[in-house]
Ligand binder design. Structure first.
Ligand SMILES: Cc1cc2nc3c(=O)[nH]c(=O)nc-3n(C[C@H](O)[C@H](O)[C@H](O)COP(=O)(O)O)c2cc1C
Length: 326
């Protein structure tokens, strides 16, 4: 695997944690990044109007020591507003801005943001140009293949983004209309890679280390971004690197997984107030324990737990049962 260089900054290994609103809160991003084996992480989409009316604060998403590896994802439609939000970001020390050209949710697209921007490739270019003309920042973009199957314009949009100065582009090869249904069409990633000079990151349906390897091989992409697969198995990055570099991997043990959950709960407690920590911990545990034998009763009990201490006791009990059985 080759490192990705963006304006003199190195990202290695070329693996990235995907932005996922409601899931990849800043504590989880940090915990996964600290394990090593990934080059960067993305914040969930941050609506520019929230930054402009001060309801959202940059520092709630990112700490100063995270700015070299965290891409701050802006979601908006108007280039002058995106620029104003970009100014706020740069003032707060953001070095990497990602533009959301993929969100399929109605609430976002009806205002012309997210994947709706794919309908106006020139505007995508203008957004990037405005940011780069006025701010000292690296701009990347994350997009879908097009609005629907009749308007697959990822190559056109990719070329405009590249000409406008985008440093790297991530493609989640589904259309807006597909939402998360069907299969990600990896052949679109290959086509985009063959059409652009800037690094192209492949994303979509990478659920195992073997999928990571296959994504590189099948598409020739420069890097791989992993979302849902990383929530199910946060060790997917470590395992993928071992598989690709050494041809072997050790599957992470259940104990390692539960140790990670316990450590993550501690980090959440240090980061957020109790009810928020509890909420994020439950969401994560609900996903990360799926597939572990005997874990359904743990998941079923989550909604009854009202305090973080109760949750910690429950995890401890679960760990003891599992380890006894292993
Ligand atoms: C719950 C959820 C929230 C998401 N939020 C965002 C987001 O804020 N910004 C974004 O660009 N993509 C978002 N995505 C899309 C993912 O980043 C990714 O493109 C998609 O899940 C496909 O990758 P995967 O198969 O590895 O999960 C989200 C996906 C999910 C499932």
């Amino acid at each position: 695997m080759k490192a990705i260089e963006l304006n003199g900054k190195t990202f290695y290994p070329p693996l990235f944690l995907a932005p996922m609103a409601g899931l990849t809160e800043r504590c989880l991003r940090r915990s996964i990044y600290k394990m090593g084996s990934l080059g960067g992480v993305f914040t969930e989409l941050v609506p520019v109007f929230g930054l402009l009316n001060s309801r959202l604060k940059v520092e709630d998403y990112i700490k100063e020591d995270e700015t070299d590896y965290t891409f701050f994802q802006l979601c908006g439609s108007d280039e002058s507003k995106i620029l104003k939000a970009g100014e706020i970001c740069v003032e707060k020390g953001i070095k990497l801005i990602d533009i959301n050209l993929g969100c399929p949710v109605n609430k976002i697209t009806k205002g012309g943001s997210g994947s709706a921007l794919l309908k106006d490739p020139e505007k995508c270019g203008k957004i990037v140009q405005q940011l780069l003309k006025n701010l000292d920042v690296i701009v990347t973009a994350k997009m879908r293949s097009g609005w629907d199957e009749k308007s697959l314009n990822f190559i056109e949009v990719g070329k405009i983004l590249e000409e406008s100065g985008v440093a790297m582009v991530t493609l989640h090869p589904r259309t807006r209309k597909q939402m998360y249904k069907g299969k990600a069409q990896w052949e679109h990633i290959k086509e985009l890679k063959n059409s652009l000079k800037i690094p192209v990151i492949g994303n979509g349906d990478v659920l195992t280390k073997e999928d990571t390897k296959k994504m590189f091989e099948d598409t020739g992409c420069d890097g791989v971004m992993i979302g849902r697969g990383a929530i199910k198995n946060p060790f997917i990055f470590v395992e993928s690197v071992k598989l690709i570099d050494n041809g072997f991997y050790e599957t992470s043990t259940l104990k390692t997984k539960i140790d990670f959950i316990e450590e993550h709960i501690k980090n959440l407690e240090e980061t957020f107030e109790e009810q928020k920590s509890l909420h994020f911990a439950k969401v994560f545990i609900g996903k990360v324990t799926k597939g572990i034998q005997g874990s359904s009763s743990l998941r079923n009990s989550l909604s009854t737990l009202k305090k973080i201490k109760d949750l910690k006791d429950k995890i401890k009990e679960f760990k003891e049962t599992i380890l006894k059985e292993e």
